[in-house]
Ligand binder design. Sequence first.
Ligand code: HPA
Length: 268
Amino acid sequence: MNMEDIIRHIRQYVSETPELGIILGSGLGDLAAQIEDPICVNYGDLPGFPVSTAPGHAGRFVFGRLCGKYVVCMQGRVHYYEGHPMEKVILPVRVMKRLGIRNLIVTNAAGGINTEFQVGDFMLIRDHINFMGVNPLIGKNDPDFGPRFCDMSYAYTPALRRLAKDTAEELDVILHEGVYLGCSGPSYETPAEIRAFRILGADAVGMSTVPEVIAASHCGLPVLAISLITNMAAGVLDVKLSEEEVLEIGARRADTMQKLVRSIITKL
Ligand code: HPA
């Protein structure tokens, strides 16, 4: 894995500097289809780049104009549960930082722990709990990106959260705010785990986002993250969890998520 090679490869195709990075979660990849004059760069063509195998994830960067801004969109992300080392999970964030982005928007699918949530609701992430059992910054620190001990006090940028809340209100979209707990997966959680996570202060649970946000904080990137509650977490309702439900709710709510994200981008 060589950052310079990756940047050089992308620069062969993309001359403009993206000002915004967007990471799209499961089933929410449609926003990339709305990018004007898109230039696609497949992860598989980038030296040393991890390739996503998760369903609903296309696995490429899409560069182009969206709501008047030049953006780079990750259509498909890589997850720790796919077996990639953490340094590869966060590599795309560092690549986008090196390409020049100044803000990062992250979306994901999550299970609702807070019983006031309903399937199909959106949750603005206020903070996270890292339950993945590992931190992506473990290992030699690269001071070109950030300090050894990275502050996480304002990882989910307050000004961007304010902007998202105001925008959701204007659009009449319900946007809860809460704490996202990241697990490694790939098994869903047990009902006992979900009860424990609720006591710990989690409102939603998922298998992504935490590593990327830690990497973004490390390199000083402001982050806005929104979860789509695709299902109630294990044991909240007396039903089994299914991947199909997650993807189906993602598809059903993709339009509203896009509307919300597009309005936020316009105001950035
Ligand atoms: N748990 C973990 N990850 C998820 C869930 C869940 O219930 N739903 C969507 N992603």
